[in-house]
Design a protein. Structure first.
Length: 143
């Protein structure tokens, strides 16, 4: 009888351990939940002038050191690689499209969707007719 109870205890322990592992793996790539409160980000797409101008204003107001990024997807346009990423920090919850000139190429070819990007350096190029974001560097990818 003691043997059966011990066996049940090991089965329960193993079950809890497996559940913990599954939960850990499924939540490890998730970015923190955020809710956009800026109506411009709801009204316009990330590739539009109004959206990009507002995003540049928000990024400058918050400070680049206070922002976090997660990779979503990539696309090639006219032999240039663009990354679509999530950007969050101090109330900012948006998407950003950057031209990739960084040391990390072809992230869209792997299973990188949802990974955190650390040590990101983005330059904002603005003139009277357009705003563009250039990804200069990614220090590390956190899976």
């Amino acid at each position: 009888m003691i043997y059966k109870n011990k066996e049940k205890m090991h089965t329960k322990t193993l079950g809890f351990f497996l559940l913990f592992l599954i939960f850990g793996f499924t939540s490890s790539c998730d970015r923190p939940q955020c809710e956009n409160t800026n109506p411009i980000f709801d009204q316009f797409a990330p590739d539009t002038r109004d959206y990009k101008e507002e995003l540049a204003r928000q990024m400058n107001a918050i400070g680049l050191d206070n922002l976090e990024y997660w990779f979503d997807q990539s696309q090639a346009i006219s032999d240039k690689e663009f990354y679509e990423m999530y950007i969050q920090g101090k109330g900012l919850c948006a998407k950003i499209i950057v031209e990739n000139k960084s040391n990390r190429k072809n992230l869209g070819d792997g299973s990188y969707r949802g990974v955190a990007l650390e040590g990101v350096i983005i330059q904002t190029e603005q003139n009277s007719s357009e705003t563009n974001f250039i990804l200069e560097k990614i220090e590390s990818i956190v899976d």
